[in-house]
Design a protein around this ligand. Structure first.
Ligand SMILES: Cc1ncc(COP(=O)(O)O)c(C=O)c1O
Length: 328
């Protein structure tokens, strides 16, 4: 990821804290392409990042910047993956990590934080309840609060996803990108990167249509897109999607509308089926968040929102291994 250091907000490269994040494979899903009668179905496989998710990009950037700024104590409310990534990069930087996570998060997410030496605090509820706990713990302002979109650096790290996709596709963007949306950093990060590259004259002035995929159990982005009141905030097996009140909700809607995109929710059983199908057909054990993209794609093909002749990119955000206890 640090091949893009010139467009990242770090002043001195000696402050880079890296575990080898980024430059993940962009693969053709050949068997699914045939089965679904498509022309070009791609997956960007972020499961291959350190700590098994795309959160590594944002946290490598943010913890590097924290080091540059001389900060020592970091705190984050998390649905799981961001906490593990923050704990790992803090360990690598010799900094202190406090991670606040829902109690129902699978054990692998809790265990990795503890192995990385973080202080782990479990909360009854979802990520918004964890955020309240973080606000309470940080009343005196003693911590660097890495809450999604409340500091600028994680987004900058996530932005490298957009640079990478463009470079891996020889500077020609796909027609449509399906993204499993929680707080929206990946979505907004790619959009920001594409706009920066258009401004720099690197790519044509045509953005992919962004499609936000959520779980029916917690779908505030889909409800806002359809001008419905948000309701029904339950946990989901795709724990990264259980974000009842995304801080950047206006920006998320702007990305969807500006790119002529869409928002769609799928059920828990469809998510699990998606994970199983990707595993059995393509040999990839993706996270449930990534698994949600496959049923969403099928629905959008069925209603003609995505055409079969388009270049379609699924953004698999994480590895399924940490979720195995719930994936039966
Ligand atoms: C695997 C995975 N996918 C997607 C998301 C959602 O990411 P964002 O909050 O950046 O939209 C998360 C967040 O926790 C995640 O862990």
């Amino acid at each position: 990821m640090w091949r893009y250091a010139e467009v990242l907000p770090l002043l001195n490269k000696k402050n880079i804290i890296t575990l080898g994040e980024g430059w993940t494979p962009l693969l053709e899903l050949n068997r699914l392409t045939t089965q679904l009668d498509l022309q070009n179905l791609l997956i960007k496989d972020e499961s291959q990042n350190p700590t098994g998710s795309f959160k590594a990009r944002g946290l490598s950037m943010a913890i590097s910047k924290a080091k540059e700024l001389g900060l020592r104590d970091c705190i984050v409310p998390t649905a799981g993956n961001a906490g593990g990534a923050m704990a790992a990069y803090c360990a690598r930087a010799g900094m202190n990590a406090t991670v606040v996570m829902p109690r129902h998060t699978p054990k692998a997410f809790q265990g990795e934080c503890q192995y990385f030496g973080a202080t782990l605090i479990l909360v009854d509820g979802l990520i918004n309840d964890c955020a309240k706990k973080v606000a309470e713990l940080n009343k005196e302002g003693n911590y660097f609060d890495l809450s999604t979109m409340k500091e600028p650096y994680r987004l900058e790290g996530k932005k490298t996803l957009g640079y990478e996709i463009a470079e891996q596709l020889n500077w020609k963007l796909p027609d449509v990108i399906l993204y499993p949306t929680g707080g929206g950093t990946g979505l907004i990060g790619m959009w920001k990167a594409f706009n920066e590259m258009i401004e720099a004259g690197w790519i044509a002035n045509k953005l992919p249509r962004f499609i936000a995929v959520q779980s029916e159990n917690c779908q505030p982005v889909v409800q806002a897109f359809n001008s419905k009141n948000a309701s029904n905030y339950e946990s989901t097996i795709a724990n990264g999607l259980a974000v009842p009140f995304p801080f950047a909700h206006r920006l998320i809607q702007r990305v969807l509308h500006e790119t002529d995109g869409w928002a769609i929710a799928v059920s828990e059983s469809e998510i699990i089926q998606g994970v199983k199908e990707l595993a059995a057909t393509e040999g990839m054990l993706v996270s449930p968040e990534g698994g949600a993209l496959l049923p969403a794609l099928k629905k959008l093909l069925a209603v003609g929102e995505i055409r079969k002749d388009e270049q379609i990119l699924l953004l698999n955000t994480g590895s399924g291994y940490k979720y195995l206890e719930n994936l039966n």
